[in-house]
Design a protein around this ligand. Sequence first.
Ligand SMILES: Cc1cc2nc3c(=O)[nH]c(=O)nc-3n(C[C@H](O)[C@H](O)[C@H](O)COP(=O)(O)OP(=O)(O)OC[C@H]3O[C@@H](n4cnc5c(N)ncnc54)[C@H](O)[C@@H]3O)c2cc1C
Length: 508
Amino acid sequence: MTGRILIAGAGPSGLLCAVELAARGVPCRVVDRRPGPAGGSRCPTLWQRTLRVLDAAGVSVEALRRAGTALERKRFLIAGADAEVDLRSGDGPFAAPLLIRQEDLERLLLERLRALGGAVEYGVELLEVRRNDGGASRHGAGAPAVVVLRGPDGVEEAPVDRVVCATGAAGRVAGVTGPADVAPVGMRWLLADVSVAPEDTPAPGVEHILRDHTGHGGLVPLPGGGHRLFLALPDDPAGADRQPTPAEVVEAARRSVGVRLTGEPGAIWAVRPRSWVADAFVDGPVVLLGDAARSFPMPVHGLNTGLQEAAELGWKLAAAASLPAAAGTELLATYDAERRTAAERIRERAERVLGYGSTVPLEVIRDRLLARVFELRTEPETVHAPGPLTAAGGALAGHRVPEGAGRAAGPGWYVALLPGTGPARPGRPGAEAGRAAAAVAARFGLPLVACPAVPAAEAADAARAPEGVPDAGARLLLVRPDGHVSFDGSPAEPAVLERHLQSVRRFL
Ligand SMILES: Cc1cc2nc3c(=O)[nH]c(=O)nc-3n(C[C@H](O)[C@H](O)[C@H](O)COP(=O)(O)OP(=O)(O)OC[C@H]3O[C@@H](n4cnc5c(N)ncnc54)[C@H](O)[C@@H]3O)c2cc1C
């Protein structure tokens, strides 16, 4: 592989993929058919897991927080029941989901890309991908594909090794299997930036979810004031392409969820959602990413999932650029398998949660609320099944590495040694186990991230532990560049980790 990578589409997923590549020193060309960055609040909710992904990519969480506002609670007002859920978990920058206008998120992603030496060529459209199945291309280099681009200087053909189509839900590129032509799910979402009358305005930091016999919707607070209104409305195949007028938005908010608006709604977006996942995310040199790869009936998942896909694709593409061809192809096949499985899971859940706003009887929802049974539309955790990158066994394998487990300084794989939690000697693994883990990590050129600082009392306790005996419950992990655990074993058996490392060595 020579690493000629084209990313078509500089939405959030294309931008983050480019950031991940640039952070690893792998050049790529990023084009977008728009004349410049897109504006608008669009999807404003970033869940905690997504914030961690952005932080790991070097996007300043402080800057994100400055541009956004924390979403602290959700209040459900459903058929007379009134219940609130606290969305915060712990302290620190990832404690609460963040509400941020999508234009600000994209600006910060673009700034990060530029800081890493990357750029976006605006006004350049990917028209076609021509695969080079076997024969040498007209450009001689035997590239797997040739892309046809139209920019300000006319039409250009360029050989590429990989082309990432992050072209969104509406992108259509000749030679690429585009978003499937599946039937919409049978309803419409209507979203708009609105000012809510004082008597209906939620408290700061609180999202309202409203459902009654007349309709289902909600109000999401926007940074800087105002709210993003969302309404689930009956399907309207005849008016599929027509965006409602501001007056129609005001009337729909009043009629379906009883919310009074003041002033004129802006950033109006009506969509008939589809529910589909592409049959393949990787098809030879073509890789699908973000809304170009799948579509969920609840649009908010599109953004959050797209960023997580991008983080995973970024390191895999970067690694594939320097691996032998077969190992690179195999590694990208894991993007296909892992992310399609995750997308199917999110889709299944989104369909179920959507039902709470439509098909599930109102009384059932109200009773669930009164019993404080909530299913929030947060991002479900992606857990990878055993496969080429994930060892079978070990409770943490396939999950994201636990919070507080430390992080490697660089963006690559690392070995992590977690302290035990057993009552015998909580605090840290035995010193001998630490030395053995370090030796295994060093043999594969990987950093060892030891357990975080241990409180003084526990450290003193652990220091009295006999050498060579790991603490009860201590774990020895191999962590992938995207923070998922590839292996979870006991520090008492470093040889088991070594065997796993042998099996993934071709990807390191
Ligand atoms: C007006 C609007 C309002 C929205 N409001 C909400 C909302 O309120 N809530 C919500 O959850 N979601 C909303 N969304 C959806 C949300 O913005 C998307 O889910 C999210 O942006 C998907 O990210 P992405 O990177 O996959 O694709 P996109 O952000 O769609 O980015 C795709 C990019 O590819 C470019 N492109 C397309 N084709 C080509 C080509 N052939 N060559 C080069 N470039 C190409 C496009 O110009 C675009 O910049 C809204 C979307 C729009 C358009």
